[in-house]
Write a protein that binds this ligand. Structure first.
Ligand SMILES: [Zn+2]
Length: 250
C-alpha cells in the first residue's frame, strides 16, 4: 500500500505540473535572473511538507494545503513566466486553499466521497480554536481557476482527478489577521468528521515551511534545521524564530 501511495503522490505532482504546462502553453520561457533564482521553491519538498495522506478503515484521504506559491512555481517549472504565474494565481491569495479527496479503497479502484459530503464534513480550525467551513462562493476569478483545474485533473487522472476537490477557506481569522501564512509561525488543522471511518480525524500543519525559507542553521553545531524548529534537537539551544541566510561559503 505504501508503494501505491507513493505512486499516487508522484502521479499527482506530475499531473499538476502537466496541467499547468497545458494552461501555460503560450507563456514565454522563464528567464533565469538572480531575482528569479531567489524565488525558486522546490515544489516536491513543498508538497512533502504540506500534503498529508492518511490511510485507515479501508479509506484513503489526501489533505493537501496548497500555498499559492506552489501553483506559481509549478507553472514556472512547466515553462511559464513567473510574472504571469503571479498574476494568474493572484486571486487565490484571498483564500486558504486545500486539495482534498477521501476515497474508499475497493477492488475496482477508489470510490470517492462527493464534493457536497466533503464540504459538510470538513472544517479548518485556526490557532485560536475558531472553525471555518469551506466557502460556498468565492470570487469569480478564484472560481475560474477551479473551473480550469477540475477538468484538467479529470482528463489526466480519470477517477482520481475527479475525486479530489479544491476547498477554499477564509484567509483571515476572526480578528482580521491573516493566518496559515507559509512563511510565518502558526498552527492550523483540518478537522474531518466521519469520513475516515467513524469519528473525527485531525490533520495539522505548523508553518513556517522549510521549503519556502532560506536554510536555517543551528548556531552551535552549524547543522541545518527545519524552519519551524524553535530548539535544536541535538544541542538543546534556542533557535532564531526567523530564518537567517546561509553562512557564507568559504
Ligand atoms: Zn544544534
Amino acid at each position: 500500500m505504501t508503494h501505491m501511495i507513493k505512486l499516487m503522490r508522484l502521479t499527482f505532482l506530475v499531473c499538476l505540473t502537466a496541467g499547468f504546462a497545458f494552461s501555460q502553453q503560450q507563456a514565454p520561457a522563464a528567464s533565469s535572473t538572480d531575482k528569479e533564482s531567489a524565488e525558486q521553491i522546490d515544489t516536491t519538498a513543498l508538497a512533502k511538507e504540506t500534503e498529508q495522506i492518511d490511510q485507515r478503515n479501508g479509506k484513503m484521504g489526501i489533505f493537501f494545503w496548497v500555498p499559492t506559491e506552489f501553483w506559481e512555481q509549478s507553472t514556472v517549472n512547466a515553462g511559464g513566466s513567473r510574472e504571469r504565474a503571479k498574476q494568474y494565481f493572484k486571486p487565490l491569495r484571498d483564500y486558504n486553499v486545500f486539495l482534498v479527496g477521501v476515497g474508499t479503497i475497493g477492488l475496482g479502484g477508489m470510490d470517492w466521497t462527493p464534493d457536497a459530503t466533503l464540504r459538510k464534513s470538513i472544517v479548518l480550525r485556526d490557532q485560536a480554536g475558531d472553525s471555518f467551513k469551506p466557502l460556498e462562493t468565492v470570487s469569480p476569478e478564484a472560481q475560474g481557476f477551479t473551473d480550469i483545474l477540475k477538468p484538467t485533473l479529470k482528463t489526466i487522472l480519470g477517477p482520481f482527478g475527479e475525486g479530489v476537490q479544491l476547498l477554499f477557506f477564509p484567509i483571515k481569522d476572526s480578528t482580521g489577521k491573516v493566518f496559515a501564512d507559509p512563511r510565518h509561525s502558526s498552527e492550523f488543522s483540518l478537522v474531518v468528521s466521519d469520513l475516515m471511518g467513524a469519528g473525527t480525524s485531525t490533520y495539522t500543519w505548523r508553518p513556517p515551511l522549510t521549503s519556502m525559507l532560506p536554510p536555517k542553521y543551528c548556531p552551535l553545531g552549524k547543522e541545518r534545521v527545519e524552519a519551524n524548529w524553535k530548539y535544536c534537537p541535538w544541542h538543546g539551544n534556542k533557535l532564531d524564530s526567523e530564518a537567517k541566510p546561509a553562512p557564507a561559503a568559504k
